[in-house]
Design a protein around this ligand. Structure first.
Ligand code: PAP
Length: 327
C-alpha cells in the first residue's frame, strides 16, 4: 500500500545525512544565469543548485527497497497527474472514491519527491512504509544507485516538448515572485538544453532506452496518449504496477472511476488543489493552483510562433533520430 499521510508512517531510526560536502561540490560546478533561478551543470544535466546537492547525496545514501515504485518525469510533463493515478490505482481497495485522500489533499502532498520532499527533511522518504510510491525529476543516470540495484519499478511520463516548454515557462514565472523570463529568452534556453533537469531530450531518451531494454521494470508513458485514451492507459499502468484490474472491477467501471477522480477537471475544481501553498522558500512560492493551469494538448500554439514550433520540432527530431522515440 502506498503512503497517504505522514501520521501513518513508521519511524525507524535512520542515519542523519549531511549535505555539507555536496554543497561544496555544487559551488564548484559550472553555473549559468538567465532563468528566474541560476542552474548548475552536473553530469550533463542542468539542475537547480539546491536539488544538485541532494541528488549527489542521495546517489549513495538512499536505500531503495525492492518494492519501491519511482514515478519519474521531466518537469511539467504530467507529474501531478501520474501521482494521482498511481496512488489511486495502488490504493483502490483501501479508499472509497467518495471519501478519498485526493479530495482533501493535493497530489504533491500525497506522494513525495525523492530529492525535494517539499517542506520536509530529506530523510522523510526513508521513513515511509512499504511499498512506497516516490516521485522524481532526476534523470535516469542520476538516480540513486540502489534503485537500479534493487530493480525498482519506474514509471516515466513524457510530454510533447513544445507543450512541456510552455507549461514550464508559465510555471517558472508564476512561482518566482518578482522575477520572470520573457518567452523568447526562455525558448532559446530550452532549445540549448538549458532548462531545469535539461536537456529535455536527454532526460526522455535515457528513460526511453531503459524502457526498451527492461520493459518489465520501466514503463514509458506519453501525456498525449494518456489524454487520448485515459482508461486504457490506466489499465496499462495498473498492470505494470503489478495490480491489474480484475474482470469484476472492469465490469464495475473502476478504471473509469480512477480516470474521473484524477482528471484535470475534477482535481482543478477542488479547493484543496486551488487554494493555498504547498511550500515557500524565500521568494519562490509553490502555489497549489500552479500545478493546474490548462491541462490541454497543443496549448503551445497559443504562445509560440509557428517558426518557433518548427525550430523545436527540428531539434527534437535530430536528437531522437534512430531511437524510435516519437513525441
Ligand atoms: P511538476 O512536474 O512541476 O510536478 P506537472 O504536474 O508535471 O508539474 O505539470 C503540470 C502540467 O500538468 C500542467 O500543464 P499545463 O501548464 O499545460 O496546463 C497542468 O495543467 C497539467 N495537469 C495537472 N494535472 C493534470 C491532470 N489531472 N490531467 C492532465 N493534466 C494535468
Amino acid at each position: 500500500m502506498a503512503q497517504a499521510k505522514e501520521s501513518e508512517t513508521k519511524m525507524p531510526t535512520e542515519p542523519v545525512i549531511s549535505s555539507e560536502s555536496h554543497l561544496d561540490l555544487v559551488s564548484k560546478l559550472p553555473t549559468r544565469e538567465g532563468l528566474p533561478l541560476s542552474l548548475v551543470l552536473y553530469k550533463n544535466y542542468w539542475l537547480l543548485p539546491h536539488h544538485a546537492d541532494k541528488i549527489m547525496l542521495l546517489q549513495d545514501s538512499f536505500n531503495a527497497r525492492p518494492d519501491d515504485t519511482i514515478l519519474a518525469t521531466n518537469p511539467k510533463c504530467g507529474t501531478t497527474w501520474l501521482k494521482a493515478l498511481a496512488f489511486t490505482i495502488t490504493n483502490r481497495s483501501r479508499y472509497d472514491f467518495s471519501n478519498h485522500p485526493l479530495l482533501t489533499s493535493h497530489p504533491h502532498e500525497i506522494i513525495s519527491f525523492l530529492e525535494v520532499p517539499l517542506g520536509k527533511e530529506l530523510t522523510y522518504v526513508e521513513k515511509l512504509p512499504s511499498p512506497r510510491l516516490l516521485a522524481t525529476h532526476m534523470p535516469l543516470s542520476l538516480l540513486p544507485k540502489s534503485v537500479a540495484n534493487h530493480g525498482c519499478r519506474i514509471v516515466y511520463i513524457c510530454r510533447e516538448p513544445k507543450d512541456a516548454f510552455v507549461s514550464g515557462w508559465h510555471f517558472g514565472n508564476e512561482i518566482h515572485i518578482g522575477r520572470s523570463t520573457d518567452l523568447d529568452t526562455a525558448f532559446n534556453m530550452f532549445c540549448e538544453g538549458y532548462w531545469p533537469n535539461g536537456p529535455f531530450w536527454d532526460h526522455c531518451l535515457e528513460y526511453w532506452k531503459e524502457s526498451i531494454a527492461r520493459p518489465d521494470r520501466v514503463l514509458f508513458l506519453k501525456y498525449e496518449e494518456m489524454m487520448a485514451d485515459p482508461v486504457n492507459s490506466v489499465k496499462r499502468l495498473a498492470t505494470f504496477l503489478g495490480d491489474p484490474f480484475t474482470g469484476d472491477e472492469e465490469e464495475g467501471g473502476v478504471p473509469e472511476e480512477v480516470v474521473r477522480l484524477c482528471s484535470f477537471k475534477m482535481l482543478s475544481e477542488l479547493q484543496t488543489n486551488m487554494i493555498g501553498e504547498l511550500h515557500r522558500r524565500e521568494n519562490v512560492v509553490f502555489k497549489k493552483s500552479a500545478y493546474f493551469r490548462r491541462g490541454k494538448v497543443g496549448d503551445w500554439v497559443n504562445h509560440m510562433s509557428e517558426e518557433m514550433g518548427r525550430k523545436l520540432d527540428y531539434i527534437v527530431e535530430e536528437k531522437f533520430k534512430g531511437s524510435g522515440l516519437l513525441l
